[in-house]
Each structure stands twice: as structure tokens, then as C-alpha cells.
Design a protein around this ligand. Structure first.
Ligand code: GLN
Ligand code: ZN
Length: 763
């Protein structure tokens, strides 16, 4: 048996985010294109060098990008929308970045989530344009690496089926022409690679782990049949990740030389499939056994056992030991994490440590290195130590989760009855106006926070500043004549981090950055222990704001599922249980707000929908506990207390049922960019609770007119009852500037008043 160590891809942002910095300098024209390309090449090569030093057999090229790998693939084949006025030939960097970020003449291409990760890619657009191979970039990188290190790397590309599946803008007919046009280009890229000495070529097809119907399976079969006829000399590694391979029995027979399977996220199904259908004897199996998208050290004894089992079940003659996916979804190195709890730190593995794990597994299996037994036991000891850490052994929290009762999920009274009780208690006008929570984080707000973090501002000074800012905005909201006010969230930078810092069980790294989209990186919190509520987190700020006004001030919390989905999460207990722990902690916060006299409490769940599993058959299980967690957090309040929720960045049209199941009294959702669609879907699936359809887009500085917003409201009233309808912008306002915010809200309030008058005239 031969074991080859490899990864599907290695992070490109650089240990100190050199990549991000280079991009941003280039955009600001602080460095020339020549300097920029030189820096990119240095980053590219240094990461290859590092992987080789760590002992990896087979490094990938083509796993790097100047912005986004889907965009790279689209550009490589000339999938450039007409509005960018590209004339054919090599696509220059200006055009490339215009597609990603827009320019003065053309809006950027859409961006959307990469499968079930928190990474966002640029959506390719097909307009029937004639396709062409603009530049074989992966070949350039292959040659570059060959020249620098004298190695034969593994070129990797987003595969043709996935590319087509992610491309938008074509109908059924055009799809056939897209397939026809693109396959010869793939063949050409592959052929050119083979001609310069490439052996294996990896085609990444994560779309093959989503639910596939018969027609789709047939298309995949046809595409790969054609490719194998076009380039019979190539060795193709068909790589899947994020879940188990769909239609295993058929797709395993595709005419390729190797198949990569994710034995972390698709463990159960892929193992069952191996057991049931075996594995073709003439193919290489690439086994994703090291989790490529978490931050945890693997239990190497378990990994070794998994590899042995795969080996037996598959009978494959050659196994690749690899990460479960591209390592861009994890951070780069733990070496900078000097401030973390040492037991936690010792149980972490970012990309570099994961590469080492891959190498250690293979060395052990090859029987080369007996000292690897110590690698195995070190991994087990580190995991065991974290398991015994007091933070993972909070008996009170564990007991509380175990003793949750069915009744804990339910409000006392059904929505219809609550509605009239709340109307009586809150005394709000028809079409109440409100905002989503945050107000502009001005330079002053950011400066004060930084000064306070650095110790240059005392706690008292910082609090006094925050209160002053809140008081100022309470006055602004009163002057605008808004109905439900907010305190403005000036104390928060990030809606998850803020709560993570106050709850137990969370840790924050120095440098564990992962790319979210383009050059934007995030540093997710780590949930490593039992989550417990220790003290009120938002009561002081909210109660202070409430003390300044007779109008209602809305309490503002981040929901349990969003906190979960935007963090790195411990893997020793079920995600459901982690979420329930968070929900129970939030439940205490909500009760504390209620006791402090807050009558309306909003629990934001923008990430609820994005946690949906890739396979439809798993949706119900997820939704049951995710919706359950929201209800668990919010159900204990009095009938009079009104629970709001907010969601954004999400397709709602197939999601109205779960939203309704949350049993929130009011939801505000982002719709201003597609409200037409939502209104038509509300027509078919009526919604019975309070709903604020965002009446303007906060992502742009443009101030919408009163008439514009009035029209949206009038349209909405076609499908919503009067007493259901709330008026609000479509998301938080923290990224906006103050003048445009005040101007837009003034128009919004005016539009709501006009609508009230119109309705009264009718009555
Ligand atoms: N309450 C948050 C805010 O206004 C909600 C942010 C969000 O939906 N992403 O900023
Ligand atoms: Zn939002």
C-alpha cells in the first residue's frame, strides 16, 4: 500500500495577512501592479516552501487566488459579464477587481456563501458570451513551482460541474450551450498542464455532495465522459468535500483515475457507501481524514483507525491522506497564540499543525517512524486534558440542558392572544417605526474604544462616553418621532464577539484569521467550554437608554444559532447541545432585561438559514433544534413582552415556515433588494405574525425618498394585514454615516405617517 500525503489546498492569506494587506494597498494605489504581483508571487512560493518543509509529499497549485477562486475560474474561461467591457484576451487586474468589487460604471457581481461555510465567492454570470481560454493561470503557477523547487505539484481547479452549477443567468437551453462551450476549455487547460509535465490534476466538485436528481447525475456522467475522451492522458482526481458523495454508486464509476471523499463531514455516509458498494480497484482514493475547517487537533489514534478501515473496505491500491477540504477555512498557525489558556492552546491545530498531522498519520501507517507513537499519544493527551478542563465540566449547565422540558420551548399563550395583550400594553401606532439596533459607529466611537482597549481611557470615562452617545441618539430618535427606539450598540464591535466576551466558555485568538470574502478576514471566537451566563450583558446600556425616554427601548441580543454558526465550536458534544447551552444563557439575559422594565426584546438570528445542511434530507433535524434553541431562549417572558427577531443575507422564499415556527412576535427581514419576490411569496404562503419588511437598503449611502418607501409599504399591504406591518430599514446602521442615516430615517417616518393618514381616510 502506498500512502501519499497531500492537502486539497492551503490558506493564501499569509501568516500575518500579508496577502490581504497587499490587495488593499494595490486597490488604494499605494503599490504598483508590478510590486503587487511580486508580493503575490512571494506569498505563493513561501507557502509552498512551508508545506514542503512540514513534510508534505504533494502540494497543490491553483489553490491560491488574487481574490476568489471561483472568480479566477470564471475569468480563465472568459465568463466576464458585458458590463465590464472586456475585449477578449487576457483579463487584466482592473477588470478582474471590477467584477469582484464594482467600478464607477458597473456593479460588482453578486457574492454568495460557498456551500455551508462562512466564505463567500463571486457568482459567475453567463450571458451567452463566447467563451475562450483567456489565460492558463494554473499552468503558470505549476511552472513557477517547478522552477523554484523542482517538484511536480498537483494543479487544482474548481471542476466543470460545480462551476456550471454556481453560474447564474442561464436557462435550460443555455445550460446545454454553456456545458458544450466550457468542456473543451477545461480539456485544453488540462492538456496544456499534462504537456508541461503535470501528473495528477485535481478537479474540485463540492457540488457533488449536494442532493442530485437523475438529470443532474446524467449531466455529470456526460461531462466526465467527454473530458476523459478529450484528454485520455490526464490523471484526474475528482475531489469532493463538505459532505459525503451523492449518488455514490453511480458517480464512483466516473471515468477518472482518483476520487476524493470527505471522511470528516461525510464520515457515516461515505463509510456506509464503501461498505455497501466498495471502491473501483483501478482508482486512487483520496481520504479526507483531517478536518480542514475546524481548529481542533485530531485524535490521531482514531484517524489511523479510520484510514485502516477505509483501506480494508475500499481495497484501493493507493491512498492519499489529506485534509477534508481546502485549508482556507481554518487559521494558519497556532504559534502566535501565546495568550490562550495552555490546555486549550495545546488542543488546537490550524493549517500548519494539520499538515503535520497528515504527515504523522502517513508516517505511522508506513511504519517508518516509531516515534510517531508519541505523536499519537500526545494528541490523545491534549484532547483528554481539554476534556477534563473545568470549563468543560460545568455540572450546573450540563444538568440544565439535560433537564429541559417540552414546556420550556413554548410561550404561555398563543400568538393571537399575545398580540392583543401586547397591543394593549405597548400602545403603539399602526405601522410602528423602528431600526434594527446599531447606529453609525463614527470615527469617534472607534477611537474611544481603541483608547479604552489600550488602557488609555478608564472604564468610567469609556462608559460616560458611551452613555453620552446613546443619549444623543435617543434624542435624535425622539426628534425623528420613531416609535420603538434602540440604544445604538455603541459598545459592540461585533455581534457575536460582544456576547462571547461576557459568557463563559469562549476564547479569543490573537491571529486566527480566516477569509470571509475577498480581502475581508474574520477572527471567529472559539467556543471551547460549557457556556454559562455570569452577569447581565446588556441590561445596563438598555436600561440607561430606557431611563431617558417615555417611548419603548428595544433590548438587543444575538441569537443562539448565530453565535454558534459564526464561531469555531467544540466538537466533543453535539452542536445542538452547545446551542441549547447558549440559549439557556440568553434566556437568563432576556429575563433580566424584562425585570429591568424592557418591554420589547429583539434576538437577532441572521445566521439561522445559513446553518442549513447541504442535503435536503437533513434540513428537518437541523431546523428542529435550531428553531428550538431560539424558542428556548425567548419563551419564558410574560405575554406582554414582545419578542422580535431579525434576519438578513438570506433567501426567505422557501423559509417562511421555519421563521413562523420561531414564534417571535415580530420579525424584521432584509428585503429591500428583492422585496418584490418576498411579497409574491407571501401571497402564496401567508405569514401571520408581526413583520417588518426592510423598506430601504442600508448597504448603500443613498437616501431613499419618502415616495419610494411609501410604495414599498403600499405593496406590502397587499399581502400583509395592517396590524402586522412594521416599518424599518433592512439591517443595522453601524456602517453608515450619521447625516445619511438621519435623512433616510426622517423619510421613512414620514412615509409611515402618510400611510397611516391614507388608511384613516379609507376608514
Ligand atoms: N442588531 C444588529 C445591528 O443592528 C443586527 C446586525 C445583523 O443583522 N447582522 O447591527
Ligand atoms: Zn441584518
Amino acid at each position: 500500500m502506498t500512502y501519499v500525503t497531500t492537502t486539497i489546498g492551503y490558506p493564501y492569506i499569509g501568516e500575518n495577512r500579508e496577502w490581504k494587506k497587499a490587495l488593499e494597498k494595490f486597490w488604494k494605489q499605494e503599490i504598483t501592479e508590478e510590486d503587487f504581483l511580486k508580493q503575490q508571487k512571494e506569498i505563493r512560493l513561501s507557502r509552498i516552501e512551508k508545506q514542503l518543509q512540514l513534510g508534505l509529499d504533494f502540494v497543490s497549485v491553483g489553490d491560491f487566488t488574487n481574490y476568489d477562486r471561483v472568480l479566477d475560474t470564471a475569468v480563465m474561461f472568459g465568463l466576464v459579464p458585458k458590463r465590464f467591457k472586456w475585449q477578449g484576451g487576457k483579463v487584466d487586474l482592473q477588470t478582474y477587481y471590477a467584477m469582484a468589487r464594482g467600478n464607477k460604471d458597473a456593479v460588482a457581481s453578486e457574492m454568495t456563501k460557498w456551500f455551508n461555510t462562512n466564505y463567500h465567492y463571486i457568482v459567475p454570470e453567463y450571458e451567452g458570451q463566447a467563451l475562450q481560454l483567456t489565460e492558463n493561470t494554473v499552468l503558470k503557477h505549476f511552472v513557477e513551482v517547478k522552477a523554484a523547487f523542482d517538484i511536480t505539484a498537483k494543479p487544482t481547479l474548481i471542476g466543470p460541474y460545480t462551476l456550471i452549477k454556481l453560474t447564474k443567468g442561464y436557462d435550460r437551453l443555455a445550460k446545454a450551450s454553456l456545458v458544450l462551450a466550457i468542456l473543451p476549455l477545461y480539456a485544453q487547460v488540462i492538456k496544456e498542464l499534462v504537456d508541461v509535465g503535470a501528473e495528477w490534476i485535481q478537479l474540485e466538485e463540492p457540488a457533488l455532495v449536494t442532493s442530485l436528481d437523475n438529470e443532474e447525475i446524467k449531466l455529470v456522467q456526460e461531462m466526465y465522459a467527454q473530458l476523459s475522451i478529450a484528454v485520455p492522458e490526464a490523471k484526474i482526481m475528482l475531489q469532493t468535500y463538505f459532505e459525503s458523495l451523492s449518488a455514490y454508486e453511480q458517480l464512483i464509476q466516473l471515468p477518472v483515475q482518483g476520487i476524493g471523499l470527505d471522511f470528516v463531514h461525510g464520515y457515516t455516509y461515505n463509510m456506509d457507501a464503501l461498505r455497501q458498494y466498495g471502491f473501483p480497484k483501478d482508482k486512487v482514493l483520496a481520504a479526507g481524514v483531517i478536518n480542514g475547517r475546524d481548529i481542533w487537533r485530531a485524535n490521531l489514534a482514531e484517524v489511523n483507525a479510520t484510514v485502516k478501515a477505509i483501506e480494508q473496505l475500499s481495497g484501493a491500491r493507493e491512498l492519499w491522506i489529506q485534509s477534508s477540504c481546502h485549508l482556507q477555512h481554518t487559521a494558519i498557525t497556532t504559534k502566535f497564540e501565546t495568550k490562550l489558556d495552555s490546555t486549550l492552546r495545546n488542543a488546537l491545530a490550524f493549517a500548519d499543525e494539520k499538515v503535520v498531522e497528515i504527515v504523522e498519520v502517513a508516517a505511522y501507517l508506513n511504519g517508518q517512524d516509531t516515534s510517531n507513537n508519541s505523536a499519537i499519544s500526545a494528541s490523545m493527551k491534549a484532547i483528554e486534558a481539554l476534556k477534563n478542563h473545568p470549563i468543560r465540566n460545568n455540572k450546573v449547565v450540563q444538568q440544565a440542558v439535560q433537564t429541559i422540558q417540552q414546556a420550556d420551548f413554548e410561550r404561555n399563550t398563543a400568538f393571537v392572544e399575545r398580540l392583543s395583550i401586547q397591543q394593549e400594553a405597548l400602545q403603539l401606532p399602526l405601522f410602528p417605526t423602528t431600526t434594527i439596533g446599531s447606529f453609525p459607529q463614527s470615527d469617534e466611537v472607534k477611537q474611544k474604544r481603541n483608547a479604552w482597549r489600550k488602557g488609555n481611557l478608564t472604564n468610567a470615562e469609556y462608559s460616560a462616553f458611551l452613555e453620552k452617545e446613546t443619549a444623543r441618539w435617543i434624542t435624535i430618535q425622539e426628534e425623528l418621532d420613531m416609535d420603538v427606539l434602540v440604544h445604538g450598540e455603541f459598545e459592540r464591535t461585533d455581534m457575536v464577539e460582544y456576547f462571547g466576551e461576557k459568557l463563559t466558555g469562549f476564547a479569543f485568538t490573537e491571529n486566527a484569521w480566516v477569509v470571509s470574502y475577498g480581502s475581508r478576514c474574520v477572527k471567529p471566537p472559539i467556543i471551547y467550554g460549557d457556556v454559562a451566563w455570569e452577569a447581565a450583558m446588556t441590561v445596563k446600556e438598555t436600561a440607561y437608554a430606557q431611563s431617558l425616554t417615555k417611548r419603548h427601548v428595544k433590548g438587543m441580543l444575538t441569537g443562539p444559532v448565530t453565535i454558534l454558526n459564526w464561531s469555531f465550536v467544540r466538537d466533543d458534544i453535539a452542536r445542538k447541545d452547545v446551542t441549547y447551552q447558549i440559549a439557556l444563557a440568553l434566556r437568563k439575559e432576556i429575563e433580566a432585561l424584562e425585570q429591568a422594565g424592557i418591554a420589547i426584546i429583539q434576538v437577532d438570528e441572521p445566521a439561522l438559514r445559513e446553518g442549513l445542511p447541504l442535503r435536503k434530507e437533513q434540513w428537518d433535524t437541523y431546523l428542529e433544534w435550531a428553531v428550538g434553541a431560539f424558542k428556548l431562549a425567548t419563551a419564558s417572558v410574560k405575554d406582554e413582552t414582545q419578542i422580535h427577531t431579525h434576519m438578513c443575507y438570506c433567501e426567505f422564499n422557501d423559509f417562511i415556515e421555519p421563521i413562523s415556527a420561531l414564534d417571535a412576535d415580530v420579525i424584521s427581514i432584509e428585503t429591500s433588494r428583492s422585496h418584490g419576490e418576498l411579497i409574491s411569496s407571501l401571497q402564496h404562503n401567508p405569514y401571520d405574525k408581526g413583520i417588518g419588511l426592510g423598506v430601504y437598503d442600508i448597504h448603500s449611502p443613498r437616501v431613499p425618498s419618502e415616495e419610494e418607501m411609501l410604495t414599498i409599504m403600499q405593496d406590502s399591504l397587499q399581502v400583509l394585514a395592517r396590524n402586522q406591518f412594521w416599518v424599518n430599514p433592512d439591517c443595522g446602521l453601524k456602517t453608515r454615516k450619521e447625516p445619511e442615516t438621519v435623512a433616510a430615517l426622517a423619510n421613512m417616518v414620514a412615509a409611515a405617517k402618510t400611510l397611516r393618514q391614507q388608511i384613516e381616510q379609507v376608514i
